[in-house]
Design a protein around this ligand. Structure first.
Ligand code: ADP
Ligand code: ADP
Length: 218
């Protein structure tokens, strides 16, 4: 379970996240919806201990990320897929992560298979399309078989088949009892992907309810 409580992040004069409070429960796909610049990435980064809150707390299963101490085994995340500009192959990249997180080597082949990158596993990531990078980012998130998964704009750059695949994947992960939190700036996408929505704008909470309730607001 993810708990965000009175979370605030200020960058100089920019209030990126402003007194945000919400909970994300296991067993559901929860969408994190808001326009570009609303504060979604900043919130996810604070959950992952990559940004320090100005005030408030962001915890996973009752602990701050750095106190979980379990790396990819507890929380898997896809952030900024476009940023992986590696000369290494997908397999080498994932193997290094598996090694540093004490995960069995077989997980690398399993997740490459799972995300549909088995055939290009030996190619350098530098030559990957954005869609392939998204799949690789999703493979990274799945590597430790974690109960909590965060995905920042996972649909960006995926082809239509990829979009359908990722929706099925999120459903399955939620059905397995995991906590699945997926950010997007597209309501249309979230209507088809999420059970619940946490909606934010300008760093503030706008809604926290079922997708059908939110869609019926009009
Ligand atoms: P979203 O993910 O919803 O698009 P972000 O969390 O990326 O939103 O950004 C929220 C606001 O904070 C934006 O105004 C953005 O420009 C600003 N911002 C994000 N990260 C930083 C940073 N590291 N330094 C300064 N401003 C930032
Ligand atoms: P922390 O709060 O944990 O020290 P920050 O996110 O404040 O981490 O620091 C990251 C730095 O990266 C910022 O100082 C900023 O210069 C830069 N940065 C990253 N993303 C953005 C963004 N979206 N807009 C502006 N600056 C950014």
């Amino acid at each position: 379970m993810i708990e965000v409580n009175e979370l605030t992040k200020r960058y100089g004069s920019v209030l990126a996240v402003n007194g945000l409070s919400f909970t994300v429960r296991p067993g559901l796909v929860t969408g994190f919806l808001g326009p570009n610049g609303a504060g979604k990435s900043t919130t996810l980064r604070m959950l992952l201990g990559l940004n320090t809150p100005t005030s408030g707390t962001a915890t996973i299963d009752g602990k701050r990320f750095r106190d979980l101490g379990t790396g990819l085994r507890h929380v898997g995340a896809l952030l900024d897929a476009g940023d992986v500009h590696s000369g290494r192959s997908a397999a080498a990249h994932l193997s290094a992560l598996a090694r540093s997180n004490g995960l069995p080597r077989r997980r690398v082949d399993e997740v490459l298979q799972e995300v549909g990158l088995a055939d290009v596993a030996r190619r350098r990531i530098g030559g990957f399309s954005l869609g392939m990078r998204q799949r690789l980012g999703i493979a990274t998130a799945l590597l430790g078989d974690p109960p909590v998964l965060l995905f920042d704009e996972p649909i960006n750059g995926l082809d239509p088949e990829g979009v359908l695949w990722v929706r099925r994947l999120f459903r399955r992960l939620a059905a397995e009892g995991r906590t699945v939190f997926v950010s997007s700036h597209l309501m249309s996408e979230m209507e088809n992907t999420a059970d619940r929505l946490v909606v934010i704008g300008r760093g503030e909470l706008i809604a926290d309810e079922g997708v059908t309730e939110f869609a019926a607001r009009g």
